[in-house]
Write a protein that binds this ligand. Sequence first.
Ligand code: GLV
Ligand code: MN
Ligand code: MN
Length: 410
Amino acid sequence: MSAPEAALILERCNDLAGLSSQPDRLERVHLSPEHRAANDLVARWMTEAGLSTWQDAAGNQCGRLEGSTPGLPALLLGSHIDTVPDAGRYDGMLGVLLAIAVVDRLRGSGIVLPFALEVVAFSDEEGTRFGTALLGSRALAGTWNEEWWQLTDKDGITLAEAFQDFGLDPARLPGAFRRSESVIGYLEAHIEQGMQLEDADRRLAVVTSIAGARRFALTVTGTAGHAGGTPFDRRRDALVGASELVVAIERLSKETGTIGTVGRLQAFPGGVNVIPGRVELSLDLRAEFDADRDDCLERIRTAAEEICTRRRLSFAATETYRADAVTCDPGLQAAIGAGIRSTGDADPLAFWSRAGHDGVAVSALTRFAMLFLRCRGGVSHHPDEHVTAADVAAALDAYEAAVRQLVSEY
Ligand code: GLV
Ligand code: MN
Ligand code: MN
């Protein structure tokens, strides 16, 4: 009987979607005024669900329900509330709202909890603003890299400055680090962002592992020149070389079982009548197995060298992000499987996630597992992201049952 709760969750996703830096589309990046507003709204919902709330030293919004005695280690539940540009309204946010609803239900049921429950709305999973992802969950896991303070956004603001503008003190960041003894695991619900559930006509799935991803800033350099006066045999056109490279990336990705994407490409100086002298492009590589991804990368490097030598161009690649594949904990997977079975699905689907998630970072601190929920057409990172209220209701039932399973096993 969870239809009203599912409707409320969807309404709250709509409310969060209204907190955007853009008037006509959703974009909410790390440490922005919209992030502040989203934290405040989520904190209000956490309070209404009976959690005590705080914003940690990394800008993650947290809420806690004590167990049978105060101060017990906590089972963490959550997801992220930052977005990509022109985002959908469920990637991340739905997982936070489901987690709050699960805690609200359990508190209302009077269950005796042998551990505390904490909901975390991670501040940065997508990496939209500073180009490196998982800053919120990496802070929580205590795997912070001091070099990140110098990362800059598109306006040249450093991460350290953005922290200060948000009212956070970089020197106090270690306050966000959790100790492994203070947590017993992390569960996250998330839309699938793929088509396997829809193709199988199923609502929910157990995630077995998360793909390892590497991201690069690539530069192809040639010589700018006059579009009319420079004959083809004299050109060193960086954009034509980069275009060949983009096509090679697709081919090599397919050959190596890797998912390779060039999502951003900019030609300089950018005049309609100027041969591009430099092209900057992004590269995102991910695969179920890190070895396949790294093999693909080596082949891309070889292809880039060949293309650039033939075209008298030069090539450089700088790694901006790296996370190796992580496996979901078998015990927590079993609890999620039991949760899904409790909704009437006797034989839950289980598969690896092609998308990255906060669990990648949290796995350095504690065991984790994920529940996937069907989204229409597998569409994500797009305003057309869509879930049905019935699927959200099923996810809520499964999520609650998974936590109850862990309570009974503990
Ligand atoms: C996160 O959404 C990612 O997989 O890029
Ligand atoms: Mn995303
Ligand atoms: Mn996400």
